[in-house]
Write a protein that binds this ligand. Structure first.
Ligand SMILES: Cc1cc2nc3c(=O)[nH]c(=O)nc-3n(C[C@H](O)[C@H](O)[C@H](O)COP(=O)(O)O)c2cc1C
Length: 146
């Protein structure tokens, strides 16, 4: 087991590729954040006000995650990858983070986007990774940018 973990959520594959490539490059363990109910195409059509993604975002809803990271306590550095949704991490990432003890861990968030910057992603993630030693975040296009 590595002491570094790369966790990621990806609805459309872009963040998944970065996460996989980077984990392989640095020899880290990899965990995909999979919602208990996976997103269909219609679920993430944000142009539809009634789409699931909008209900979750604007209803501030938790999104239950399928499965758990084994031996989370054994990692001292955790990379957290996600697509920017509405200028921040998708709710499912926050729900995932709430389920673990982050005390003393170094957290590097990374995100892909359709054009938005990283914004306040690090600050917005902080309440969900309470006790982390440090949290930073960057926008990436590929594992080369990590
Ligand atoms: C519900 C939803 C909200 C999004 N909100 C933003 C946004 O605020 N800014 C942006 O630049 N891109 C936004 N995007 C585009 C994604 O961030 C971008 O396509 C990302 O690379 C997708 O990553 P994935 O393939 O790993 O899911 C949004 C996409 C979805 C589905």
């Amino acid at each position: 087991m590595s002491n570094t973990l790369v966790v990621y959520f990806s609805a459309e594959g872009t963040t998944a590729k970065v996460a996989r490539d980077y984990a392989e490059k640095i020899g880290a363990d990899l965990f995909e954040i999979v919602p208990e109910t996976p997103y269909s195409k219609a679920d993430i059509r944000w142009t539809n006000p009634l789409a699931r993604c909008n209900k979750e975002k604007f209803g501030n809803k938790d999104v239950p995650v399928s499965g758990r990271v084994e031996n989370f306590a054994g990692y001292d550095t955790v990379y957290v990858g996600f697509p920017i949704w509405y200028g921040a991490a998708p709710n499912v990432v926050n729900t995932f983070c709430k389920g673990y003890d982050w005390t003393g861990k170094t957290v590097h968030a990374f995100a892909t986007s359709g054009g938005s910057g990283i914004g306040k992603s690090a600050e917005k993630l902080e309440p969900y990774v309470k006790g982390a030693k440090s949290v930073d975040a960057k926008l990436v296009k590929s594992a080369e940018d990590m």
